[in-house]
Each structure stands twice: as structure tokens, then as C-alpha cells.
Design a protein around this ligand. Structure first.
Ligand code: IMP
Length: 426
């Protein structure tokens, strides 16, 4: 199996960390292809230790695996060092970490601009993680970004930061009434930081393609999720990169013909953090119950996640735009104890029935979910290890999700533990 893509099928936080773990041992490389330290993957190692990863690929916890921060990622040097050293302090070997020379850097002015922009947007804010992600990608596309390779050439770095700061300082001072950043201080700080990872900077695109030629398997690990994709998500309430499967090829330098499996991680209900439309969101005690039982608090920012019922329109949309071969369904156990479990099968928009993702932002904002109720179950699922051990109602729920989304569920999570997963031949 040459290259596998693993992506979130909803708004992120579907439990990708555990999914990566499930594939353990099947790959020699793990690549992050987009996003930055806005992500948060919780991974539990075989010895039961919990790790919250933000920027570094989750394969870092598996000895012998090579971990690549791909060209599509935006790297905050300070966050990288902090995470890398934090892992080392806990005895994790980080020698297998490699960083693409083409990845862009998140500079201090990106973080400053992210935060002030959000404040200026007021009620229209995106609810970003405040990590400078949007401004860094903005500079990349505007062709005024600073790349990891620039850290290897002080003169070029100085020139690029000088050019960037000329405009950024005007914006910070004149528009946002903030302090200007000092050129030498910015350059000296990143240069000093780069000494801690300069030996990791390589042409990862070449190495990955050579690995594929040797028949090695690569796991392309997406962060965030389909509906946070800047092209296919709920724009403008999205992140600034492409978590969808197509982004995996661009953000790693691997050709799309090399990818033969796309796994979508799908939560048995829906959550999102930050602002933006969310048709099945529950504002009542049921939403509170899902948040509590599901432990729906952001790994990275500590924010409470908004919670709601499963939305099959979104699941079907994710299957389509990513070319999903199979889903890993997570957190089915959280739904135990309900008389009935509603599934959103379509929307009512201004008197029209709609089964697919609305074309306009206005329609999505006006979408009222149409629910189908499935019988609930009261049994604790946490000890189930085969599909047949699940109560009939839970099995029916899973089978209905398969029908509605159009893709098979090859794994089902029934608890946070490593072994609390049911795998199925599909
Ligand atoms: P940004 O990525 O920090 O620019 O934030 C843009 C939007 O993406 C906000 O709604 C964030 O809450 C959301 N977001 C970013 N990273 C994650 C993640 O890892 N999980 C869930 N939501 C995320």
C-alpha cells in the first residue's frame, strides 16, 4: 500500500490521533501536509501515556518511523522547539523528524496580526486559534512569505524579513495601534531558534518519492477537517489550508496517483470549535451532555467544542470531495443511554428540501436539519470488540450511517483506550 491519507470528515477533532494509532506498524513514514500548531492530536502510546501533538506528526511516538513536516505546513520555530524538547524530556526519540525546506514560517508578526484582526472583526470573527496560521498562509500566497530554507541563508532571511516588516509594521502601528517589531530582533531570534533544528531541514519531497520507489508506505496525516478546508469548507469560517485529500499531494510533493486509500475520520455525532454555521448544533442540555460525556474540550486551545447530532449531508459531502475509501467511526460509545438517536438526513431551506451541501453561505446559515430518528441503546459499548457484540440498535445506527454517507465503516471506536476499537472487513 504506497500512500494512505487520513483526514477529518467533519470540522476536525474527530479523533485522528487514535486512528493513526490503529494503523500502527503499517507505515514507515508519517507526513503532516498542511496546517501548523493550530492542530491538536491526542495520542496514547502502548504503555498508556498521553501525548498532545500540535505540529509534529503522530508517528514520532512510534520508534523507527520517519516523520515529515511537509512543504504545505506553516512552521512556528518557537512552537516546534517547544514541542520537540517537550517530547524529548518525556523520553521520546525525535531523531526521525524531518522538515521540508519549502515549508513556510510563522513569524511573530503573523501571530500579532492574527490576534488583532480577530479583535477587529468583533462579532464577525472567525474564532481562530490565534496561532498566526491565516496571516502566514496569506503571505505564502501573496509571495512575501519566509520559508524554512531561508533560515539557512542569513542574508536572504534578513532581506525577506525586512521587506515583510516594512508593510507589516505599518499595518500593526497605523491600523491596529500596536507596537512595531524590530527587524534585527526578529531575525536574530529566528536564527537562534533555527540552530536547534537546522540539521532536520531537507528536501522532503525527494525523500518521500524515493521512499515510495523503494516500496515503503507513507501515511499522510491531515489536521483540522474537511469543513475547515479553505476551498471546500464553510468559508470564511475555515482554516487557511487544504486538509482535504487533494491537499495531501500538494502539501507533500507526492503525486495523487500514489495515493490508494483515503480514510475519513468521522465522529458518531458532530462538533466544531470557532465560529460559523453548524446546522445540527444543540443549544440545550443534550448538547451539554454530548460535550460532557464526549470530553469535548479543545486539545490545543482548551475551548469548549460546540456539539450536535450526526449530519449525513456533511458525511456524504466529505466522502465525495475526498474520495473516501472507508471511514473510521469514532466515539460511538458516547451515544449510549439515549431513547432515540437523531440523524440529520437533509435540510429544509426556505421551504425547500435539500439533500446536499448548500451552494451558498446564506443557504447554509438558513439550513434547518431534517431528522430521522434511530432507536437508541442503553448498553455500555466499551467492552465490545466485534461488530456482532454491539447491541442491535448500535449496529443499525452504524449501518444507516454507511448507507447515508455512501462509504463503509472499517473501524468503530467504543472508548478512548487503544484497544477500544472494533475493526471490520469492508
Ligand atoms: P486557524 O486555523 O487558527 O486560522 O482557525 C480557523 C478555524 O479553524 C477556527 O474555527 C478554528 O477553531 C478552527 N481550527 C483550527 N485548527 C483546528 C483543529 O485542530 N481542530 C478544530 N478546529 C480547528
Amino acid at each position: 500500500m504506497p500512500a494512505i491519507v487520513l483526514i477529518g470528515a467533519q470540522w476536525g477533532d474527530e479523533g485522528k490521533g487514535k486512528a493513526t494509532d490503529l494503523l500502527g506498524g503499517q507505515y514507515g513514514w508519517v507526513v503532516r501536509y498542511q496546517g501548523g500548531n493550530n492542530a491538536g492530536h491526542t495520542v496514547v502510546t502502548p504503555d498508556g501515556r498521553d501525548f498532545a501533538l500540535k505540529l509534529i506528526p503522530s508517528g514520532i511516538l512510534t520508534p523507527g518511523v520517519k516523520n515529515v513536516i511537509g512543504n504545505g505546513v506553516v512552521v512556528n520555530p518557537e512552537a516546534l522547539i517547544e514541542e520537540k524538547e517537550g517530547l524529548e524530556r518525556r523520553g521520546v526519540d525525535t531523531s526521525g523528524l524531518l522538515i521540508s525546506a519549502d515549508a513556510h514560517l510563522i513569524m511573530p508578526y503573523h501571530v500579532a496580526i492574527d490576534r488583532v484582526t480577530e479583535r477587529y472583526l468583533g462579532k464577525a470573527k472567525i474564532g481562530t486559534t490565534g496561532r498566526g496560521i491565516g496571516p502566514a498562509y496569506g503571505d505564502k500566497v501573496a509571495r512575501v512569505g519566509v520559508r524554512v530554507a531561508d533560515l539557512l541563508d542569513e542574508k536572504i532571511l534578513h532581506q525577506k524579513v525586512e521587506a515583510a516588516l516594512e508593510l507589516k509594521n505599518q499595518i500593526l502601528v497605523k491600523v491596529y495601534n500596536r507596537r512595531a517589531l524590530d527587524l534585527d530582533e526578529v531575525v536574530d531570534t529566528v536564527l537562534e531558534q533555527s540552530t536547534k533544528f537546522a540539521d532536520k531541514i531537507v528536501d522532503t519531497r525527494l525523500l518521500l518519492n524515493q521512499a515510495l520507489e523503494r516500496g515503503e508506505t507513507i501515511l499522510l496525516e491531515g489536521s483540522q477537517g474537511t469543513l475547515l478546508d479553505v476551498d471546500h469548507g464553510t468559508y470564511p469560517f475555515v482554516t487557511s489550508s487544504n486538509p482535504t485529500a487533494g491537499g495531501a499531494a500538494v502539501g507533500s510533493g507526492i503525486g495523487p496517483t500514489r495515493i490508494d486509500r483515503v480514510i475519513g475520520i468521522l465522529k458518531a455525532y458532530t462538533t466544531r470549535v470557532g465560529s460559523g454555521p453548524f446546522p445540527t448544533e444543540l443549544h440545550d442540555e443534550m448538547g451539554e451532555r454530548l460535550r460532557k460525556v464526549g470530553g469535548e474540550i479543545g486539545v490545543n486551545t482548551g475551548r469548549e467544542r460546540r456539539c450536535g447530532w450526526f449530519d449525513a449531508v456533511i458525511g456524504r459531502y466529505a466522502a465525495r470531495v475526498n474520495g473516501i475509501t472507508d471511514f473510521f467511526l469514532t466515539k460511538l460509545d458516547v451515544l449510549s443511554g439515549l431513547d432515540a438517536v437523531p440523524i440529520c438526513v437533509g435540510y429544509e431551506i426556505d421551504g425547500r428540501h435539500v439533500d446536499e451541501m448548500p451552494m451558498t453561505q446564506t443557504d447554509l446559515h438558513h439550513a434547518v436539519p431534517v431528522y430521522e430518528e434511530m432507536p437508541g441503546w442503553f448498553e455500555d459499548l466499551s467492552a465490545c470488540r466485534t461488530f456482532d457484540e454491539l447491541p442491535q440498535a448500535a449496529r443499525d445506527y452504524v449501518l444507516r450511517l454507511e448507507e447515508l454517507t455512501g462509504a463503509p465503516m472499517s473501524a468503530i471506536g467504543v472508548g478512548p483506550g487503544r484497544d477500544q476499537t472494533i475493526t471490520r472487513e469492508v
